[in-house]
Ligand binder design. Structure first.
Ligand code: CA
Length: 224
């Protein structure tokens, strides 16, 4: 799960990003409304959710939210707001926010809200992807190969799900890195290769060999 944090208090943004990474999310941040709008318009398919502070320099959070919805961008948005008033609540719904959190908040509360929002579409879109003997349930995140349940890490799961969704096609390294890692992730890093190697090892443990192919200089492909 990849989160964009939009918060001008750099200390708070950094603390949130660090906490989210420790919780298993990938997190990027921007510190003003204008940059937030530009980033989201250009890269909204890479993010699963936006945490959006309302009081921001250059363009406030409400304007960002409205501008996104006007462009038909339906990415989930959790708004952070300094004070809670009835007015605020009503206007947050009209600008198209999915939920809001009043500052100061406990980090656990933020994670609970993120999970609640991210669960909404998943319940609807939960599906089973199957290629050969490999099966993924995108609702429960359970992966099986034949009769064996594979114990994948979160990143390994994400890589495998992405490849299965494009079964038979080559998925480029850049595409995988952009979807699964931080915006500025060094694409020459071998982290992706390590994850792929681990997935192969685990598939191999379930007697599934040769389905996760490396296409040299391009990316990876699942084929049966
Ligand atoms: Ca602020």
């Amino acid at each position: 799960m990849k989160v964009l944090i939009v918060e001008d208090e750099v200390k708070l943004a950094t603390a949130l990003a660090r906490g989210l990474v420790l919780t298993g999310y990938t997190a990027d941040m921007v510190h003003d409304g204008q940059s937030a709008l530009e980033r989201i318009v250009a890269h909204h398919t890479e993010y699963d959710i936006v945490i959006l502070d309302l009081m921001l320099p250059k363009m406030d959070g409400a304007e960002v939210c409205l501008a996104l919805r006007e462009r038909g961008i339906i990415i989930p948005i959790l708004v952070l707001t300094a004070k809670q008033t009835v007015d605020n609540k009503v206007s947050l719904l009209t600008i198209g926010a999915d939920d809001y959190l009043v500052k100061p908040f406990a980090f656990a509360e933020l994670v609970a809200r993120l999970r609640a929002i991210l669960r909404r579409p998943r319940e609807v879109s939960s599906e089973v992807l199957q290629i050969g003997s490999i099966m993924i349930d995108t609702g429960t995140l359970v992966v099986t190969a034949g009769d064996t349940v594979l114990e994948l890490t979160r990143k390994e799961y994400a890589v495998l799900e992405c490849l299965l969704r494009h079964a038979g096609e080559v998925v480029s390294r850049e595409e995988l890195l952009a979807k699964l890692w931080d915006h500025n992730f060094d694409s020459f890093s071998n982290v992706l290769d390590v994850h792929v190697k681990n997935i192969r090892k685990k598939l191999s443990g379930a007697n599934v060999e040769g389905v996760l192919q490396t296409v040299r200089g391009v990316g990876y492909r699942i084929c049966v």
